[in-house]
Design a protein around this ligand. Structure first.
Ligand SMILES: C[S@@+](CC[C@H](N)C(=O)[O-])C[C@H]1O[C@@H](n2cnc3c(N)ncnc32)[C@H](O)[C@@H]1O
Length: 267
């Protein structure tokens, strides 16, 4: 399969996974308020200026867009591949003229936004699912005013006090083969792709105590468990997720979830 056909297939699978996820995504957010808080942390870390125009790439059902509007008075345009996530978001926030969500490919942003220009292009927990992050950042830069900022928050790292990777430990303890890859684009690759489109990249972290109930709920979202147990049906994935985090109970008190973030300014 040529690279373009492969990338199209990956994106179709991502859209399907999130189409299946929108209800559990909403339930998860109601319980944990997590994607909202992650957006606020990202915005605070990069010193986001209130009242800015923001393009929110991989906006899902609009949680990140809403956080940017409510906490920072931003005008937000959100773009997402999953029609169901966007429709759910339009239902939740459609009456707000400052939050506009549209279906579209975050690797084809120029086509989606036309001649609008933004102060920020943000990716809250989405860039690691993009097969061609570099293309997306190039498009993001084209949608920014000079001096505008591109920033992303990333997939979680689970670590003990010594910095060891606890997801690998959990797979070892369960005697299961670890996933071939947990993300489509890893942090280093995303950061290097960003470096090519901005002046320099600054890194940030949000470190939280390891919370096993939170992790179980997070990976109960169908699209999240698909990364850990590809090829298994959802019922099997739920059962495996429960077992996977149960084996970390002894190490949880000394451990953390690290949310990495990166940002860069366009010349
Ligand atoms: C974990 S969700 C995060 C949603 C939202 N940013 C939030 O904070 O709630 C990741 C989203 O990225 C979207 N996504 C993945 N690849 C995409 C692409 N190529 N273009 C646009 N959206 C994409 C998925 O459909 C999904 O809704």
């Amino acid at each position: 399969m040529n690279p373009e056909a492969f990338q199209a297939k990956v994106k179709q699978r991502v859209a399907d996974n999130f189409d299946q996820s929108y209800r559990l995504y909403e339930d998860f957010e109601k319980k944990h308020h997590f994607f909202y808080d992650l957006t606020v942390k990202l915005a605070e870390n990069i010193g986001l200026r209130p009242g800015s125009r923001v393009l929110d790439v991989g906006c899902g059902n609009g949680v990140s867009a809403l956080a940017l509007h409510e906490k920072f008075s931003c005008q937000v345009m959100g773009v997402d591949l999953s029609a169901r996530m966007v429709a759910a978001g339009q239902e939740l926030h459609g009456s707000n003229p400052e939050v506009c969500l549209v279906e579209g490919d975050g690797e084809r942003l120029v086509e989606v936004v036309g001649d609008r220009r933004f102060d920020y292009v943000l990716y809250n927990a989405s860039i690691f699912i993009f097969p061609d992050a570099e293309r997306s950042f190039r498009e993001a830069a084209a949608c920014l005013r000079p001096g505008g900022v591109i920033a992303f928050s990333f997939y979680p790292l689970l670590v003990n006090a010594a910095g060891d990777d606890l997801l690998s430990l959990a797979f070892q303890r369960l005697e299961l083969p670890p996933p071939r890859f947990r993300v489509i684009t890893d942090y280093q690759k995303a950061s290097e792709a960003l470096e090519k489109c901005v002046l320099s990249v600054v890194h940030h972290q949000w470190v939280r105590p390891l919370d096993l109930e939170f992790l179980r709920d997070f990976f109960f979202i169908p699209a999240q468990s698909a990364s850990l147990f590809p090829g298994k049906d959802y019922i099997a994935r739920r059962e495996l997720v429960t077992r996977l985090f149960a084996v970390l109970e002894d190490v949880a008190p000394e451990s953390s979830i690290v949310w990495r973030m990166a940002a860069g300014t366009k010349a």
